[in-house]
Design a protein around this ligand. Structure first.
Ligand SMILES: [Zn+2]
Length: 117
């Protein structure tokens, strides 16, 4: 990860009070223990790792700039970009909100540990 993206990710993380841009889950930057709760396993906690998410995808010419990078949990980031043509950020945000409302975004332990509020 280049230095610039790393610093943009950290700035976005602070600006968003450590919450995912899409699903509002509590994220960790350097170590899962930052969550302050026990997670089922190290592997399970990786979905809540803070990543630099490009609002306009790099493949669409999106830049590594402050205005184009938000902090998103690894699960949201990887799910959005798994599609060959990713949904636009606002469409994806709507999709995540609907899935959250149906309890179909994160596994139960995430809510049970109070990480979704
Ligand atoms: Zn998320």
């Amino acid at each position: 990860l280049c230095k610039k993206i790393k610093s943009l990710r950290e700035a976005a993380y602070r600006q968003q009070h450590g919450r995912c841009y899409y699903c509002n889950v509590a994220m960790w930057l350097d170590c899962p223990t930052e969550l302050g709760v026990c997670t089922p396993s190290i592997k399970a906690s990786t979905r809540l790792r803070c990543t630099a998410e490009h609002i306009q995808a790099r493949t669409d010419g999106g830049k590594n700039s402050r205005g184009n990078i938000v902090a998103a949990c690894a699960h949201c980031n990887r799910t959005r970009h798994r599609r060959r043509v990713p949904l636009a950020a606002d469409s994806f945000a709507g999709y995540v909100v609907r899935r959250l409302a149906a309890n179909r975004w994160h596994p139960p332990w995430v809510r049970d540990r109070g990480l979704l509020e």
